[in-house]
Design a protein around this ligand. Structure first.
Ligand code: ZN
Length: 425
């Protein structure tokens, strides 16, 4: 879902709500989300030096410096505030003294078993979107003429099933955020009308959608809250409370925006991109829950794993498919990771809420001419001539690129820095 504007979602990136706390002070948080529990960060007191904190903040999470106005630096810590006037304190972090900082030296263990390099790893697969009866509501489906409809949720799941076979064969335990076409959340769009109305009353952006009636706009918002906020939060609860994987793979197929007529049509756009967490925008950082998740992710330090695994997968794509890297420079929502031209930092709901490393793979463009033909060919046996080359079916090739990247990374893992050892607070 990299191109949030594909089917008209662009205006909803800064999607937030406001409630009032006990003292009548506003508490800002994203809709249908849980208010942040700052005490969960107390386990990180004294675990990071000021230098480490500032380096991660600048390089990964806040390259524009938008968080600075909410921070007050002290002798041995930093305090984070709700407001730029710094009157409402949210949390105070105590730094480790440089000389007492936990060692970052590697804990070496023996080379991975070359046949089973993923032995001991719990890997969570998160096939993007829901699909099935929900595909229309999610606006992740299209059809050209009398061809078979392309439903992203189904392509993601089909690919993840083949990926699971590869990962399991290499020794991993594979767990899933969802494995069918049913939502993970119990909530349904009709339950979210009050939140949708509240959101519309607050957000002036919503008035820019003349093609909807008021009722249509409320329904559309309730659906959006359902499949984006409620569904991904339910998946996050499953990941964080039940599955507790070593890392999560969010797998998607991409799509380029339709032209001005908004009619489905094919283009020539073979590109690939992977996202690691980070790159919070100034708008996002106005909200308490975004500040909380930034801090939690920074302290959790999943970034090194996210970047290494993403870069290894990107190398496979580059070598075997040769697509160019997506250029997100100037997007306003992502910045270059520096580890690979394919890997960018971006703040997405899933990689913000899922704890532990999250590798977000945006696969081939579904509405690229060659990819579309490859998708239409289905899950065939053996190889066929696609785009001038003999190829296996797209699901197998996509799964193989991801699996080979992960295997390569773990085969070459000689030592392991304990960056992310236990995310239970
Ligand atoms: Zn997607």
């Amino acid at each position: 879902m990299v191109r949030a504007c594909l089917f008209g979602w662009a205006m909803f990136t800064g999607f937030c709500a406001m409630a009032f706390g006990a003292e009548g002070k506003p508490i800002l948080f994203s809709p249908v989300s849980e208010a942040p529990e700052w005490r969960l960060l107390d386990g990180y007191q004294g675990t990071i030096t000021r230098g480490q904190f500032e380096e991660r903040l600048h390089r990964i999470f806040d390259p524009s410096g938008a968080l600075q106005k909410y921070l007050q630096w002290g002798e041995d810590g930093v305090e984070i505030f709700r407001d730029p006037a710094r009157t409402q304190s949210l949390f105070q972090l105590r730094f480790a003294r440089p000389e007492s900082a936990p060692s970052s030296s590697s804990v070496s263990f023996s080379l991975a078993d070359p046949q089973k390099p993923l032995l001991g790893q719990v890997i969570c697969l998160d096939p993007g979107h829901i699909g099935g009866d929900w595909a229309d509501i999610e606006e992740r489906t299209f059809r050209i003429g009398r061809d078979r409809p392309v439903v992203e949720g189904e392509l993601n799941l089909q690919t993840c099933r083949l990926l699971a076979e590869r990962l399991t064969a290499a020794g991993a335990k594979v767990v899933w955020t969802h494995e069918g076409f049913q939502p993970t959340t119990e909530v349904r769009p009709a339950d979210l009308y009050p939140e949708a109305i509240q959101y519309l009353l607050q957000d002036p952006l919503s008035r820019r959608m003349p093609r909807y009636s008021v009722n249509g706009l409320i329904r559309w918002n309730a659906e959006l809250l359902f499949y984006r906020s409620a569904e991904i939060q339910a998946r996050a609860r499953r990941v964080n409370e039940e599955l507790r994987p070593d890392f999560t793979l969010c797998l998607h197929y991409n799509a380029a925006p339709w032209g001005p007529t908004r009619r489905a049509s094919l283009r020539s756009i073979n590109r690939l991109v992977l996202f690691a967490h980070g790159s919070y925008t100034a708008n996002e950082l106005a909200y308490d829950d975004q500040k909380f998740h930034l801090l939690r992710k920074l302290l959790e330090n999943s970034s090194p794993d996210e970047l290494e695994i993403s870069a290894a997968i990107a190398r496979q794509f580059q070598e075997k498919w040769g697509f160019r890297a997506e250029d997100c420079a100037g997007s306003g929502y992502a910045h270059a990771s520096g580890v690979s031209p394919y890997v960018w930092h971006r703040n997405l709901i899933a990689n913000r809420l899922f704890r532990g490393p999250v590798i977000f793979v945006e696969g081939p463009y579904m509405n690229d001419r060659t990819m579309y033909g490859w998708i239409q060919a289905g899950q065939y046996e053996g190889t066929r001539r696609i785009g001038g080359r003999e190829r296996q079916n797209i699901f197998q090739e996509y799964a193989d690129r991801v699996a080979d990247g992960i295997l390569e990374r773990f085969r070459n893992l000689k030592g392991h820095s304990p960056t992310f050892t236990n995310y239970s607070p």
